[in-house]
Design a protein around this ligand. Structure first.
Ligand code: SAH
Length: 239
Protein backbone atom coordinates (compact mmCIF):
# COMPACT_ATOMS: atom_id res chain seq x y z
CA UNK A 1 0.00 0.00 0.00
CA UNK A 2 1.42 3.41 -0.90
CA UNK A 3 -0.09 6.75 -0.02
CA UNK A 4 -1.09 7.92 -3.50
CA UNK A 5 -3.10 5.07 -4.88
CA UNK A 6 -5.96 3.24 -3.22
CA UNK A 7 -8.55 0.68 -4.05
CA UNK A 8 -12.12 1.45 -3.11
CA UNK A 9 -14.89 -1.06 -3.55
CA UNK A 10 -18.63 -0.74 -3.42
CA UNK A 11 -20.27 -1.50 -0.08
CA UNK A 12 -23.61 -1.75 -1.87
CA UNK A 13 -25.77 -0.56 -4.73
CA UNK A 14 -28.78 1.71 -4.64
CA UNK A 15 -31.98 1.16 -6.55
CA UNK A 16 -33.73 4.39 -7.53
CA UNK A 17 -36.48 5.45 -9.98
CA UNK A 18 -33.84 7.05 -12.24
CA UNK A 19 -32.84 4.78 -15.11
CA UNK A 20 -31.15 7.54 -17.11
CA UNK A 21 -29.28 10.72 -16.23
CA UNK A 22 -31.60 13.13 -18.03
CA UNK A 23 -34.04 14.69 -15.59
CA UNK A 24 -32.31 13.68 -12.39
CA UNK A 25 -32.41 16.86 -10.36
CA UNK A 26 -29.13 18.63 -9.80
CA UNK A 27 -29.07 17.95 -6.09
CA UNK A 28 -30.56 15.44 -3.73
CA UNK A 29 -32.84 17.82 -1.87
CA UNK A 30 -34.58 18.71 -5.15
CA UNK A 31 -35.83 15.18 -5.68
CA UNK A 32 -38.21 13.49 -3.33
CA UNK A 33 -37.27 10.17 -4.89
CA UNK A 34 -36.82 7.11 -2.73
CA UNK A 35 -33.90 4.73 -2.89
CA UNK A 36 -32.98 1.37 -1.38
CA UNK A 37 -29.34 0.51 -0.77
CA UNK A 38 -28.63 -3.21 -0.69
CA UNK A 39 -25.30 -3.92 0.98
CA UNK A 40 -22.97 -6.42 -0.68
CA UNK A 41 -23.08 -9.98 0.74
CA UNK A 42 -19.89 -9.49 2.76
CA UNK A 43 -21.94 -7.33 5.16
CA UNK A 44 -23.80 -10.05 6.96
CA UNK A 45 -23.99 -8.48 10.41
CA UNK A 46 -26.49 -5.76 11.22
CA UNK A 47 -23.89 -4.45 13.68
CA UNK A 48 -22.85 -1.99 10.92
CA UNK A 49 -26.17 -0.15 11.35
CA UNK A 50 -26.23 -0.05 15.15
CA UNK A 51 -27.25 3.47 16.24
CA UNK A 52 -28.11 4.61 12.71
CA UNK A 53 -31.81 4.97 13.52
CA UNK A 54 -31.13 8.04 15.61
CA UNK A 55 -29.89 10.03 12.60
CA UNK A 56 -32.49 11.72 10.43
CA UNK A 57 -30.08 12.37 7.57
CA UNK A 58 -27.13 10.55 6.06
CA UNK A 59 -24.33 11.32 3.65
CA UNK A 60 -23.96 8.89 0.81
CA UNK A 61 -20.62 8.70 -0.96
CA UNK A 62 -20.83 7.00 -4.32
CA UNK A 63 -19.16 6.54 -7.68
CA UNK A 64 -20.41 8.44 -10.72
CA UNK A 65 -20.09 5.07 -12.43
CA UNK A 66 -21.87 6.02 -15.64
CA UNK A 67 -19.59 8.96 -16.44
CA UNK A 68 -16.32 7.44 -15.14
CA UNK A 69 -15.20 6.15 -18.56
CA UNK A 70 -15.30 9.71 -19.93
CA UNK A 71 -12.62 10.89 -17.50
CA UNK A 72 -12.49 14.36 -16.02
CA UNK A 73 -12.07 17.96 -17.10
CA UNK A 74 -10.24 20.73 -15.24
CA UNK A 75 -12.91 23.29 -16.13
CA UNK A 76 -16.60 22.65 -16.36
CA UNK A 77 -19.47 24.52 -17.99
CA UNK A 78 -21.84 25.45 -15.22
CA UNK A 79 -25.41 25.28 -16.56
CA UNK A 80 -26.57 27.52 -13.75
CA UNK A 81 -24.30 30.30 -15.01
CA UNK A 82 -26.50 30.19 -18.09
CA UNK A 83 -23.97 30.44 -20.91
CA UNK A 84 -20.47 29.34 -21.61
CA UNK A 85 -18.89 30.41 -18.36
CA UNK A 86 -16.75 27.74 -16.82
CA UNK A 87 -15.72 26.94 -13.29
CA UNK A 88 -12.84 24.83 -12.06
CA UNK A 89 -13.86 21.26 -11.38
CA UNK A 90 -13.20 21.71 -7.68
CA UNK A 91 -15.61 24.67 -7.64
CA UNK A 92 -18.45 22.50 -8.93
CA UNK A 93 -20.37 19.35 -8.14
CA UNK A 94 -19.68 18.11 -11.69
CA UNK A 95 -19.77 14.39 -12.30
CA UNK A 96 -16.53 14.60 -14.33
CA UNK A 97 -14.06 14.63 -11.43
CA UNK A 98 -10.59 13.15 -11.02
CA UNK A 99 -11.88 10.34 -8.81
CA UNK A 100 -15.52 10.33 -9.90
CA UNK A 101 -16.83 10.43 -6.33
CA UNK A 102 -20.24 11.93 -5.58
CA UNK A 103 -21.84 12.85 -2.28
CA UNK A 104 -25.51 13.34 -1.49
CA UNK A 105 -27.36 14.21 1.65
CA UNK A 106 -30.42 11.98 2.01
CA UNK A 107 -33.13 11.22 4.55
CA UNK A 108 -32.73 8.10 6.62
CA UNK A 109 -35.90 5.98 6.28
CA UNK A 110 -34.64 3.01 8.25
CA UNK A 111 -33.03 -0.33 7.52
CA UNK A 112 -34.17 -3.92 7.32
CA UNK A 113 -32.93 -7.31 6.26
CA UNK A 114 -34.33 -9.27 3.33
CA UNK A 115 -33.18 -12.77 2.50
CA UNK A 116 -30.09 -12.22 4.59
CA UNK A 117 -29.18 -8.97 2.83
CA UNK A 118 -29.04 -5.69 4.70
CA UNK A 119 -31.02 -2.87 3.12
CA UNK A 120 -31.08 0.83 3.94
CA UNK A 121 -34.07 2.92 2.83
CA UNK A 122 -33.41 6.56 1.97
CA UNK A 123 -35.32 9.46 0.43
CA UNK A 124 -34.38 12.53 -1.56
CA UNK A 125 -31.93 10.81 -3.88
CA UNK A 126 -30.32 12.23 -7.01
CA UNK A 127 -28.59 8.99 -7.98
CA UNK A 128 -28.94 6.80 -11.01
CA UNK A 129 -30.41 3.36 -10.47
CA UNK A 130 -27.70 0.86 -9.46
CA UNK A 131 -25.13 3.50 -8.52
CA UNK A 132 -22.31 1.89 -6.48
CA UNK A 133 -22.24 3.23 -2.92
CA UNK A 134 -18.78 3.45 -1.34
CA UNK A 135 -19.63 4.84 2.10
CA UNK A 136 -22.49 5.94 4.35
CA UNK A 137 -22.00 8.47 7.14
CA UNK A 138 -24.36 10.19 9.55
CA UNK A 139 -25.10 13.87 8.89
CA UNK A 140 -23.99 15.85 11.92
CA UNK A 141 -25.90 19.08 12.19
CA UNK A 142 -23.37 20.76 14.49
CA UNK A 143 -20.48 19.91 12.18
CA UNK A 144 -21.94 19.78 8.68
CA UNK A 145 -24.17 22.87 8.66
CA UNK A 146 -23.08 26.53 8.56
CA UNK A 147 -25.42 29.50 8.92
CA UNK A 148 -22.91 31.92 7.41
CA UNK A 149 -21.97 29.87 4.33
CA UNK A 150 -21.57 31.62 0.96
CA UNK A 151 -22.57 29.92 -2.28
CA UNK A 152 -21.96 32.08 -5.37
CA UNK A 153 -24.27 29.88 -7.46
CA UNK A 154 -27.24 30.25 -5.14
CA UNK A 155 -28.54 33.41 -6.78
CA UNK A 156 -28.24 32.19 -10.39
CA UNK A 157 -31.12 30.87 -12.49
CA UNK A 158 -33.80 30.05 -9.96
CA UNK A 159 -35.11 26.50 -10.10
CA UNK A 160 -38.31 26.62 -12.19
CA UNK A 161 -41.56 25.67 -10.55
CA UNK A 162 -43.99 24.90 -13.36
CA UNK A 163 -47.47 23.43 -13.12
CA UNK A 164 -47.63 19.85 -14.37
CA UNK A 165 -50.73 18.24 -15.86
CA UNK A 166 -51.44 14.80 -17.26
CA UNK A 167 -53.34 14.69 -20.57
CA UNK A 168 -56.59 12.70 -20.42
CA UNK A 169 -55.17 9.97 -22.64
CA UNK A 170 -52.45 9.20 -20.09
CA UNK A 171 -54.79 8.66 -17.11
CA UNK A 172 -55.27 4.87 -17.52
CA UNK A 173 -51.49 4.35 -17.67
CA UNK A 174 -51.05 6.72 -14.73
CA UNK A 175 -53.51 4.67 -12.65
CA UNK A 176 -51.65 1.50 -13.54
CA UNK A 177 -48.31 3.09 -12.65
CA UNK A 178 -49.68 4.17 -9.27
CA UNK A 179 -50.56 0.60 -8.37
CA UNK A 180 -46.91 -0.37 -8.83
CA UNK A 181 -45.23 2.83 -7.64
CA UNK A 182 -47.38 4.77 -5.15
CA UNK A 183 -45.23 7.90 -5.47
CA UNK A 184 -45.29 7.87 -9.29
CA UNK A 185 -47.56 10.89 -9.74
CA UNK A 186 -45.96 13.04 -7.05
CA UNK A 187 -42.45 12.18 -8.23
CA UNK A 188 -43.28 12.87 -11.89
CA UNK A 189 -44.74 16.25 -10.92
CA UNK A 190 -41.79 17.00 -8.66
CA UNK A 191 -39.26 16.25 -11.45
CA UNK A 192 -41.14 17.92 -14.31
CA UNK A 193 -42.06 21.06 -12.30
CA UNK A 194 -38.32 21.77 -12.31
CA UNK A 195 -38.39 21.82 -16.12
CA UNK A 196 -35.53 19.45 -16.95
CA UNK A 197 -34.99 20.96 -20.40
CA UNK A 198 -31.50 22.26 -21.16
CA UNK A 199 -30.87 25.57 -19.36
CA UNK A 200 -31.06 27.60 -22.61
CA UNK A 201 -34.63 26.35 -23.28
CA UNK A 202 -35.97 26.77 -19.78
CA UNK A 203 -37.32 30.30 -20.31
CA UNK A 204 -39.42 29.20 -23.34
CA UNK A 205 -43.05 28.97 -22.25
CA UNK A 206 -44.00 27.25 -25.48
CA UNK A 207 -41.84 24.59 -27.01
CA UNK A 208 -42.79 22.39 -29.99
CA UNK A 209 -40.37 19.72 -29.01
CA UNK A 210 -41.56 16.64 -27.15
CA UNK A 211 -39.16 15.61 -24.40
CA UNK A 212 -38.87 12.22 -22.75
CA UNK A 213 -37.84 11.10 -19.32
CA UNK A 214 -37.83 7.64 -17.84
CA UNK A 215 -38.97 7.10 -14.28
CA UNK A 216 -39.14 3.62 -12.82
CA UNK A 217 -40.31 1.50 -15.75
CA UNK A 218 -42.20 4.23 -17.59
CA UNK A 219 -41.32 6.43 -20.53
CA UNK A 220 -42.89 9.82 -19.98
CA UNK A 221 -43.33 12.17 -22.95
CA UNK A 222 -43.97 15.82 -22.15
CA UNK A 223 -44.20 19.25 -23.67
CA UNK A 224 -44.22 22.80 -22.39
CA UNK A 225 -47.34 24.71 -23.48
CA UNK A 226 -48.32 28.12 -22.14
CA UNK A 227 -45.84 27.69 -19.36
CA UNK A 228 -47.31 24.42 -18.14
CA UNK A 229 -45.68 21.02 -18.45
CA UNK A 230 -48.11 18.59 -20.06
CA UNK A 231 -47.54 14.87 -19.91
CA UNK A 232 -48.62 13.75 -23.38
CA UNK A 233 -47.81 10.04 -23.26
CA UNK A 234 -47.03 7.44 -20.65
CA UNK A 235 -45.71 4.10 -21.81
CA UNK A 236 -44.76 1.14 -19.67
CA UNK A 237 -41.48 -0.46 -20.69
CA UNK A 238 -40.28 -3.93 -19.84
CA UNK A 239 -38.49 -4.34 -16.50
N1 SAH B 1 -25.22 15.31 -5.01
C1 SAH B 1 -24.14 14.78 -5.83
C2 SAH B 1 -24.49 14.76 -7.30
C3 SAH B 1 -24.58 16.09 -7.94
S1 SAH B 1 -24.52 16.01 -9.66
C4 SAH B 1 -22.87 15.56 -5.58
O1 SAH B 1 -22.93 16.73 -5.26
O2 SAH B 1 -21.78 14.96 -5.67
C5 SAH B 1 -26.12 15.38 -9.92
C6 SAH B 1 -26.13 14.63 -11.18
O3 SAH B 1 -25.39 13.44 -11.02
C7 SAH B 1 -27.49 14.17 -11.55
O4 SAH B 1 -28.14 15.16 -12.28
C8 SAH B 1 -27.22 12.90 -12.34
O5 SAH B 1 -27.33 13.16 -13.71
C9 SAH B 1 -25.76 12.55 -12.02
N2 SAH B 1 -25.60 11.19 -11.54
C10 SAH B 1 -26.28 10.58 -10.53
N3 SAH B 1 -25.84 9.31 -10.37
C11 SAH B 1 -24.86 9.11 -11.31
C12 SAH B 1 -24.03 8.02 -11.64
N4 SAH B 1 -24.10 6.86 -11.00
N5 SAH B 1 -23.13 8.17 -12.66
C13 SAH B 1 -23.04 9.34 -13.33
N6 SAH B 1 -23.82 10.42 -13.05
C14 SAH B 1 -24.71 10.31 -12.06
Amino acid sequence: MNSTSFTVSAIGHISTPFRQKFAIPRQSSLARAKGVITLTPEFTSDAVFKGLDGFSHLWLLFMFHETLPRGWKPAVKAPRLGGNDTLGVFATRSTHRPNGIGMSLVENCGWDQQQGQLRLHVAGVDLLDQTPIIDIKPYLNYADSRDNANDPLASYVPIPDRDVTFCKSTIPALKEALTRYPDFESLTKNILSQDPRPAYRQHHDNDDKTYKVMLYTYDISWQVRDGTVEVTALVSIAD
